[in-house]
Design a binder for this molecule. Structure first.
Ligand SMILES: [Zn+2]
Length: 180
């Protein structure tokens, strides 16, 4: 996986793009939470569940089905009066789905079980420019972490910064939208 910082930044950039400018704190937090939520399965590593029940890291919680459910939960909790508006579904869904996409673009991981629980196949992108984040007990942790964060800075940080800056530019130019 990219680090939690990479996923969070992607979520924030998506919220900025949707709102063409600076999203409210609540909107930004929601997008960041949705973008990071699939990695809650990282903690199953302490439970020794391996891939039983699809609960292992990058299993069921990283699937398209889970992303849809996470999005639905977030929209229902935060936008209950506006459930029929496509905006919240669009930007929170994009933030949530960005997680699996970015994970699939990392080199050194196990791939992502996009089709769980219907298939246990783990998918990787044809191009994997980012190095997977190290786990805490890995050897050469510091070097690995720095290299991993460097690839994230290039492939998530730079595009996210461009999206955020462009969003603010369009907002200032009078092309912005109001909060959904
Ligand atoms: Zn992940």
């Amino acid at each position: 996986m990219p680090s939690i910082f990479g996923h969070a930044l992607a979520g924030y950039a998506i919220a900025s793009a949707y709102h063409q400018g600076r999203p409210s704190r609540r909107t930004a937090l929601l997008a960041v939470a949705c973008a990071a939520a699939p990695d809650l399965d990282w903690f199953t590593g302490f439970l020794d569940v391996h891939d039983r029940f699809g609960l292992a890291h990058r299993g069921l919680l990283h699937s398209v089905l889970a992303a849809a459910l996470i999005t639905a939960l977030a929209v229902c909790l935060a936008y209950r009066p506006r459930l029929r508006r496509p905006g919240p579904w669009l930007f929170l869904g994009t933030a949530t789905f960005s997680h699996g996409f970015l994970d699939a673009c990392t080199f050194g991981g196990t791939g992502v079980a996009f089709l769980a629980p219907f298939s246990s196949v783990h998918f990787v992108a044809a191009w994997q420019p980012m190095f997977v984040s190290p786990i805490p007990l890995s050897d050469h942790l510091t070097n690995w972490l720095l290299f991993s964060l460097g690839t994230e800075a290039l492939w998530i940080g730079v595009p996210a910064a461009l999206v955020i800056l462009a969003s603010r530019y369009f907002r200032r130019a009078g092309l912005g939208s109001s909060e959904a």
